[in-house]
Design a protein around this ligand. Sequence first.
Ligand code: PLP
Length: 478
Amino acid sequence: MSVPAANVPAGAFAAAVAAGHDPRPVEVMAAALTAEATAAGRHLDNIAACVLGGLTLVRSTDPIDVVRVPLARPLWVALVTPAVRLETRTARSVLAPTLDRGAWVQQMANTAALLHGLASGDVWRFREAVRDLPVAELVTHPEGATRLYARPALSSWAGIERLLFKHEGENPTGSFKDRGMVVGITQAVRVGARAVACASTGNTSSSLAAYAAQVGRPAIVFLPAGKVATGKVAQTLAYGARGLAVRGDFDAALRLATECCQRLGIYLLNSVNPFRIEGQKTIVWEMLQDLCWDAPDWIAVPAGNLGNTSAFGKALREAHEGGWIARRPRLLAVQAKGANPFYRSFADSFRSRHRVRPETVATAIRIGDPVSYDRARIAIETTRGVVAEVSDDEILEAKARIDGAGLGCEPASAASLAGARKLRAEGIIAPGERVVCVLTGNLLKDPDAILARSPERALVEVDAEPAAVEAAIAPWLR
Ligand SMILES: Cc1ncc(COP(=O)(O)O)c(C=O)c1O
């Protein structure tokens, strides 16, 4: 974009905000077009790209007809230079003999601000389809903009050639929960909540604690006693939340949190809260955008309380109905064998809803009575999805592979790969099909799971002598 073209929408936007109006992109574009027409002609092609970002096609100027073309993130900014060579002296002759320093600094700053707005990604990039609120009301860390990875070693281990990982552990508190929490906390502030609370297996509480700290609200978390990974407890407390260790499992903690929140007028931010689900839809949309809206065949996700499974189903429905994707990928929700109520229901064709007493090393999905059962069932049925179960050994083996490939994740996250590998072995995932596994949480969340599994890999203590080092590492170099 040229600098003057960038200034026009920037000015229109600034003027609208100064007048207390939160403008929509289309409104800014219309105002900018009027201004541009007065100053330099109807250069809608410049203006539309400045306001809408990415790649924008202008099909006509009267009436306005602008098509925003979905774009892969690496292509956020395209610089186009004319294939014309000019002597510097000749080029300078078209410029004013002097250019005021203040003017060009301001123009550069405007351009930089616009480019930043276009290039940065967070949950609110999809604001209109998440929660269409005025900009001034949005809380953001920011979160999202997590990446997709290919790892040939994992592809060959799983037998899936076209395998990608979307690493949600790259969110600010190390799990996908931030995407829903930022929308939930925005709502909590809007309704004037005096305090926020959740029951959690550790990641929701970490996320809640961080956002509550950001907006200055007290956070109270209900954790199943002795069943939350150390990293998550420490993180939750570090952000300043106050915690209750409930004698019982997650399901008991959630029932208790729900009842206490109702009694005490505290805002509950578990995934029963619909705003959480709205934010989590962006995991799928961002993934699809990064694949240039060429949907994969399968999306695999670990499944516990089923908030994510529900959110993914809704995101895929909306993307399909909106014409963003030509077909819906199939969802693969993967549960731990010891915490598999949803798998049991799937196995009996959803004739009955099951509840189990949960037990698994993957503490994040140690849930026996998932609260989003109904919505998740719709997600599976409308995507021709599959629910799988994997043993703790399969989860830990997949985790060791993911860690060993340099990606790293917490145990529950590895269920997605373990499940995809299982379905490939069973022939349900066909050869050549493209699969995206969602890694839901960061490796550092659960250090105990790593140290307990690989005692032979523990640090070897040595004297501070080269000879001692040599003796210790000799076997590793063979
Ligand atoms: C790391 C991780 N993966 C997966 C899940 C399961 O997600 P959901 O409860 O939405 O099914 C959780 C939930 O806490 C989690 O923390």
